[in-house]
Design a protein around this ligand. Structure first.
Ligand code: NI
Length: 198
């Protein structure tokens, strides 16, 4: 089932999400619904708070980043993304390293805005999968970037929080409009400050 995606301005997006345990009801269905929702919206990652659940779960599928245009050189930052489809439960980023790099991030909760965000290129993360096996893995490039963005969501942080005050001021009107539902989005959303049409 495709779920509505919570828009910028919703309090749940600013809240630190809760860990879950193996008794959490309906987790498998929830994750299946999250994938359906993410694909419907053409996203590469989706965190549970974005579908109105304040739990420490996010999903990724970086395969769209792995596609190489004909005649183009493969992008080294995209290495390993063909099979980068995963569920992260109760993840902990153990370590981030390397020289920060800029990448224009977007977010399904903040449609039509993309801005450069600086992050470190390498991470070490531990998490549980759907069968509750514990993993510890290292990622870099776009894979690390997607994880860092989604991990922020379960910490109650949005990519716009990483921008300079000036940049945020420039975007303020657009962000307010998004929270009011005054934005054209090709997927279902839930707007916190929806204005009734007169
Ligand atoms: Ni996002």
């Amino acid at each position: 089932m495709v779920l509505p995606i919570v828009a910028y301005g919703s309090p749940i997006l600013k809240k630190e999400a809760e860990e879950i345990d193996e008794h959490y009801e309906g987790l498998e269905q929830l994750v299946a619904d999250m994938f359906e929702t993410m694909y419907e919206a053409s996203g590469v990652g989706l965190a549970a708070p974005q579908i109105d659940r304040s739990i420490r779960v996010f999903i990724v599928d970086g395969s769209p980043f792995a596609e190489v245009e004909e005649g183009a050189e493969p992008d080294p930052m995209a290495a390993g993304l063909e099979n980068f489809k995963k569920v992260f439960i109760n993840p902990i980023i153990e370590e981030e390293s390397g020289e920060e790099w800029a990448f224009a991030e977007g977010c399904l909760s903040i449609p039509k805005i993309r801005e450069d965000v600086m992050r470190k290129p390498k991470i070490k993360i531990s998490y549980y999968d759907l069968e509750w096996n514990l993993h510890e893995e290292e990622y870099e490039g776009y894979a690390a970037r997607i994880i860092q963005h989604e991990y922020d969501h379960i910490e109650g942080i949005l990519f716009t929080d990483h921008l300079s005050p000036l940049k945020r001021r420039i975007l303020k009107k657009k962000l307010t409009n998004i929270s009011k539902g005054e934005v054209d989005v090709p997927y279902r959303m839930k707007f916190p400050n929806l204005q009734k049409k007169r």
